[in-house]
Design a protein around this ligand. Structure first.
Ligand code: GTP
Ligand code: MG
Length: 196
């Protein structure tokens, strides 16, 4: 079930311009700088398939990557970047909402959460929005190699926060794009989901 082939296919500002057809896709979303593009590179074992940056706000468009010639990974612009204007943020919001509400091929969203920071309201709000709109999603904690995440504190705190408004937790992955932790589990999840 591994990823043996990956290729950048296209970038779009709006979901209405995204590739047609019915290839299933998994979408990567989360705060700017959380590690979405890096995780796509880790999963595809390609160093520079998706462009990454130490500065938040790198990914600005909806980027499509074709996997094994049969399904897509989608890298989305991050949210919560404080330096953006109100207008830019509103544009992001409507485009992202449109993507999740109207992209029928999207089989599951990966919401990325930084394992090194305490639970953030913006993440919890986004997850609740997905839930209210019945968008299927899983959670992937990122940067688990970094020191602050080591006691497991923020992962457990985040789960506890979720359980305040959800009866059960979604599938949860713990990852590091630096060490490859979590890759096997996510690859298996892709395979299982695509088989259904
Ligand atoms: P935007 O496109 O701006 O929304 O950001 P993004 O979520 O795509 O983040 P990106 O993958 O560009 O990574 C942001 C920064 O975090 C880069 O400096 C990465 O090297 C770093 N980073 C990503 N994943 C990891 C990880 O697993 N461990 C560590 N230590 N750093 C990581
Ligand atoms: Mg990015």
């Amino acid at each position: 079930p591994d990823i043996s082939y990956s290729k950048f296919s296209s970038s779009h500002s709006r979901v209405s311009q995204a590739p047609k057809g019915n290839r299933p896709e998994f979408a990567f979303i989360g705060r700017s700088n959380v590690g979405k593009s890096s995780l796509i590179n880790m999963l595809t074992q390609r160093k520079e398939l998706a462009k990454t940056s130490g500065k938040p706000g790198k990914t600005q468009l909806i980027n499509y990557f074709l996997i094994n010639n049969s399904w897509n990974l989608t890298d989305l612009p991050g949210y919560g970047y404080a330096k953006r204007s109100k207008k830019t943020r509103a544009k992001w919001e409507s485009r992202t909402e449109n993507y999740f509400l109207h992209r029928g091929q999207m089989v599951c969203a990966f919401v990325l959460i930084d394992a090194n920071v305490p639970p953030q309201t913006i993440d919890l709000e986004f997850i609740n929005w997905l839930g209210e709109n019945r968008v299927p999603f899983v959670i992937a904690f990122t940067k688990i190699d970094r020191k602050k995440s080591r006691d497991g504190g923020s992962v457990e705190d985040f789960k506890a926060k979720l359980l305040e408004s959800w009866e059960e937790l979604p599938p949860i992955f713990v990852t590091s794009s630096n060490t490859g932790v979590g890759r096997e589990e996510i690859i298996q999840f892709f395979a299982d989901t695509l088989e259904k």
